[in-house]
Design a protein. Structure first.
Length: 160
C-alpha cells in the first residue's frame, strides 16, 4: 500500500515539475519546430516553403516569428507552387506573408529590430522592403519607408 501511495505522490511531483518547466521554458510545438528547422536549409525553395507552411498555421506559429523576421533579409529568388499554380517570389517575401498570417502577436518580436536593439539583426534594404510589406498588409496603414512611424504604430498595438 505504501509503495502505491509513494508512486502516486511521485507521479504528482513529475506532473507538477512538467507544468513548471513548460511555464518557465516556452517551447515550439513539434510541428512548428519542424518547419522552423527547415528555415535554416541551404535550399532557398525549402526555406520559402517552410515560411509558407508556418503562415498556414497562423497564430499557432507565433513563436516562429523571430526566425521569420530573420528571414526577411533573404532575397533568394524561388519559384513557389501554391494550389497548383506557380509564382516567383523570395524567401523573404514568403516570411513577410507568413508573419501577416500569424498576425499581431508577431509584432512584439519585431520591435527590437526596428529600434535597432536586436543583438543579431540589423535592417538592410531587402529586409526593410519586406518589413514594410509585412506591416502594410497586417495593418492596412501606409507609412511608406518611415520606420519610426511603423515603430509608433507597433507600440500602440502592443499597448492596446
Amino acid at each position: 500500500m505504501m509503495f502505491i501511495l509513494g508512486c502516486s505522490l511521485f507521479a504528482d511531483d513529475i506532473t507538477l515539475a512538467k507544468i513548471q518547466t513548460e511555464a518557465e521554458y516556452p517551447y515550439l510545438p513539434a510541428d512548428v519546430k519542424a518547419l522552423v528547422d527547415r528555415t535554416f536549409s541551404i535550399d532557398a525553395t525549402e526555406r520559402a516553403e517552410a515560411a509558407y507552411q508556418l503562415g498556414r498555421l497562423g497564430p499557432k506559429a507565433e513563436k516562429a516569428s523571430p526566425f521569420l523576421i530573420k528571414m526577411l533579409d533573404d532575397n533568394s529568388p524561388v519559384f513557389c507552387r501554391y494550389n497548383g499554380y506557380g509564382v516567383w517570389s523570395t524567401a523573404g517575401k514568403e516570411a513577410a506573408r507568413a508573419l501577416v498570417k500569424i498576425g499581431k502577436p508577431s509584432l512584439k518580436y519585431l520591435i527590437s529590430v526596428l529600434e535597432n536593439k536586436h543583438p543579431y539583426i540589423s535592417i538592410k534594404p531587402d529586409m526593410q522592403r519586406n518589413i514594410i510589406i509585412y506591416l502594410t498588409e497586417l495593418s492596412g496603414e501606409n507609412f511608406g519607408n518611415d520606420l519610426s512611424k511603423w515603430t509608433n504604430w507597433i507600440m500602440s498595438q502592443l499597448q492596446s
